[in-house]
Ligand binder design. Sequence first.
Ligand code: IVH
Length: 727
Amino acid sequence: MTAASDDILSITAPDRTQVAARLEELRNSIRHHDYRYYVLDSPQIADQEYDDLFRELRLLEEAHPDLVTADSPTQRVGGEPLAAFGELRHLEPMLSLANAKDPGEVAAWHARVMKLVADAGFAPEAVRFSLEPKIDGLAVSLRYEAGRFVRGATRGNGIVGEDVTQNLRTITALPLTMREVVGTSGEAPPSSVGDGPGEPSPLAIPALMEVRGEVYLPLAAFERLNEQRVAAGESTFANPRNAAAGSLRQLDPRTTASRPLSLWIYGVGYVQDDPFLHQTQVLAWLRERGFRVNPDVRSAETLAELLDACRGWEERRADLDYDIDGVVVKVDDRAMQRALGSVGRDPRWAVAYKFAPTTAQTRLLSIGINVGRTGTLNPFAVLEPVEVGGVRVGLATLHNEDDIRRKDLREGDMVVVQRAGDVIPQVVSPLTDLRTGAEREFRMPAACPSCGTPVVRALGEVAVRCPNPDCPSKLVETLKHFVGRPAMDIEGVGDKLVQRFFELGLVHDPADLYRLRYEDLLPLEGFQERSARNVLTAIEASKSRPFDRVVFALGIPHVGGQVASWLTEAFPSMEALRSASAEEMGRVEGIGAVIGDAVAAWFAEPRNQDLVDRLAAAGVRMEAERRRARFAGVGAAGAAPGGDHASLSGSLSGSTLVLTGTLPTLSREEATELIEAAGGRVTGSVSGKTDYVVAGDAPGSKLAKAEKLGIRVIGEDELRALLSPGS
Ligand code: IVH
């Protein structure tokens, strides 16, 4: 028993029934606040209060392991890594959808539905439609027995899917238990779903049912995840859907838990003693029961209304913080649905109106190579600049050699380029019909373009690496990473300057930065007394960055910001970390054998030991500060799925802000932290719900959008004024 739980117990010395009752109370309360936060997006308590509830529950459960229930909020992360996923047969097949690529095809579908419905003896004026966003994620089926989540699976082949139950449990928006609907207690959902025929909700929870929905990764989280992966020297995900699929299909549920996946629920599969008459009624019921149903679901009666709603969605698409690729139009009446039936896998009663993708065609001029910090050779596309979805694009990522081969991209090809949401442009495919024969096939160079060392490809890896530890590109990238915003955040020392320092022989590795003297800088072109002093001050200031940032800044393969914070919680000093074995590190929540090995191997290198020693001698922080304990079982990422609970009392309480460009003194992380501490929310894209756009230097398209929507644009000074009004 831990000392803390001892305290709790010794105050009241409760008996088992009292403990069980308190546990139930805590669980219900946490479920309620999860629902308010993750589903209704309207929290009622502050971060700290929520943490306290969670902590009490966890400690009490630790003291009474026999009273832990499978649907306790603490059990979202707990499963051991799996060797492979099992299979799960859907009780009712998961269908797919026929596409309509333009309004004409929607009209044709509508005409066919009207005819078939009339043939089946229904009154045509009784036909209504439910219109829902088509979420671009990963379909899942969730099985509930008597309102408890028991198993969940991916779509698979529609009949049998992969059992991803443990991973689904980590998604905070997924209710482990359905809500009890408390008749008149005023807890009604804030907006009802559509304006459907409005039969009373069947209150009873079916003994067995499948709930269907789409798991997705919000765009901001997708961008953050890719940034972390780049920083950790890992490959990036091509789009949010791949990232969501990759995250849900992790054999280690703790990895899934560290990705802020979310969920939109759009229907049901098998329902025992199915009481539902309409799709809109299904959605309203699911929402009442605690499921996250999209609030913008519409209903329509006529073709004109239907097309209008589709166009509305298409316009709003860019404002959403998740990807949608169309609108699903469903016949609302389920008896009509049954009468209409399916052709193969496609139900006749539904159609997906697909949006035109944001693509363009241009020429792939050449394929260039970057050598990354860890030595990977990363190909990128040099394009003839072209406008895609309102943004001018000249470069695009190409991931790796296999990707180029798979797509059969050749230098000189005309290609299709695509952007999704706010995401980095991609080269989708070549237009092979337009080939002239002058196109050149791409071959990964056999030698590093930076230092000429023959490259190596590790067994089972797609990436090709330069093995030379003194490769200039690697060294410069390591320096850039070290001074960067998420790492040591050395203001005024950017990519160009470290490159110059390196080329001039002033700085070879990060520790050399701390040996720079005023006399070194002054003779450099563009430096004056003041700028030289500023740079030295900024370097000096970086010595007191938090310890986890120092560890992240070292650029150890696989150690992104999240992993660095887990590692430093477990090993709060450089001494502890460098003397930890691979196994000890691998046992830390969220870390695993691969990362453990990588970190231990990094510290085993004499040159890295020397680097750490010199950083320590320079006075860089080598120990964590004491921090308050976090509540959940996944280290510092406790609240990660879905974000932190917001403070309710701050000066920005209830406001939504978007950051763009480089702020004069605050890093993006710092600004986000301050805004959240003041009760505000930071989202990745500008929409009608945005209150302020905080713009710095070189703002992106978000600024233009804010101006278009008439949203207030402020700078860092104004942000600071909002953060501490009256000061
Ligand atoms: S209904 C009719 N509703 O689209 C049964 N599907 O192409 C089909 N999807 O596998 C599912 N949003 O992954 C339905 N509101 C929505 C949806 C939706 C996204 C996905 C789902 C399905 C695929 C079919």
